[in-house]
Design a protein around this ligand. Structure first.
Ligand code: HPA
Ligand code: ZN
Length: 330
């Protein structure tokens, strides 16, 4: 099965590039940039990766990002992730970045986007991996801050396909960002949002109705609302599910309790993603391998998940069809 999983071309649609910062690179960048980090060894960092909810993770995730200063740092971070994609046969990736995590520390928007974008271009040329960039607003910050970030992004519209919403979900409903998403849509960006990870099904309704999202990130709590399931099924709205993330952040107790299979059985457009792989114990391949084992997924389930990843992507239809045909012929 591991070989079969490897052989499947896959697209990743829910990946925070800052969440792919491996402890080894964190140390290297801390040294290179003379930044103090509150850990003395890679083992100590790994030990700190024990989370009891989303917030306990975010505190460490924002701290880790402090070592990213120069354009080359963002390049190195992104290139390291692309090399993992290559190992896992991820042929297309749509990555999130959080500009505010960096601009709030005095790093310019241009430094961040240019480093990420240059690595993605090299990844396309040298590794054959296609990609898109999605800019996320931090939802624990204000609407006004999000508007300022949107303004900064306009000079880079050619590099950014869409906007998203991440960080602390509960208490920061999608409705808080209705106006800024309206502006983003008017500017031609696609929209997505994290909803229904820790927050209630109501937040998924808001993401759909107020933010005009084309995909829901996570969305695992949708099964709590029958009417919502009907809507998601009828419109085949993708749910970018992140199984290992959900276990690490205690959304489910253990992987065998995860509702991924039920989402598929309900006719929903779900697929597997890694979210913040350095922090959650595995890249996309590892998420597939562990889900296959714990949820008893057969080859047809795995093919469906890979096909759903392309169907739900922002690739051109011809590109989607090319990969879907390859999977169907396996
Ligand atoms: N949820 C919300 N915000 C995040 C996540 C997540 O899983 N990862 C990085 N920022
Ligand atoms: Zn996420």
């Amino acid at each position: 099965m591991i070989e079969f999983i490897k052989s499947l071309p896959k697209a990743e649609l829910h990946l925070h590039i800052e969440g792919s910062l491996e402890p080894e690179l964190m140390f290297e960048l801390a040294k290179r940039n003379n930044v103090e980090i509150p850990f003395s060894s890679v083992e100590e960092v790994k030990k700190a990766y024990n989370f009891h909810n989303l917030q306990s993770f975010l505190d460490i995730y924002f701290q880790g990002a402090n070592v990213l200063i120069h354009e080359q740092d963002f390049y190195d971070l992104t290139m390291a992730y692309l090399l993992k994609c290559k190992e896992d046969n991820v042929v297309h990736t749509e990555i999130f970045f959080d500009p505010q995590t960096h601009t709030d520390r005095g790093i310019s928007f241009d430094t961040v986007i240019n480093g990420i974008h240059r690595a993605l271009k090299d990844g396309e040329k040298d590794l054959g991996i296609s990609s898109k960039i999605i800019m996320c607003f931090l939802r624990h910050l204000s609407e006004e801050e999000a508007f300022k970030t949107l303004e900064m992004s306009l000079a880079h519209k050619d590099k950014i396909i869409g906007v998203g919403l991440d960080s602390s979900e509960v208490g920061h409903p999608p409705s808080k960002f209705e106006r800024v998403f309206k502006k983003a849509l008017e500017e031609g960006f696609l929209t997505v949002a994290h909803a229904g990870e820790e927050g209630p099904a109501e937040y998924i309704w808001e993401a759909l109705d107020l933010l005009g999202v084309t995909r829901v990130d996570h969305g695992v709590r949708s099964l709590e609302d029958e009417k919502l399931v009907k809507r998601l099924k009828e419109e085949q709205i993708p749910l970018t599910v992140c199984p290992l993330s959900n276990i690490k952040l205690c959304v489910f107790d253990k992987l065998s309790d995860h509702n991924l299979k039920s989402l598929l059985d309900n006719g929903l457009m779900a697929m597997i993603n890694s979210d913040d792989p350095s922090y959650f114990g595995g890249y996309l391949g590892e998420n597939f391998i562990q889900c296959q084992k714990e949820l008893d997924l057969g080859k047809d389930d795995l093919k469906k998940l890979a096909i759903n990843s392309f169907k739900s992507s922002f690739l051109e239809e011809a590109e989607k069809d090319k990969w879907i045909n390859k999977i169907n012929n396996l």
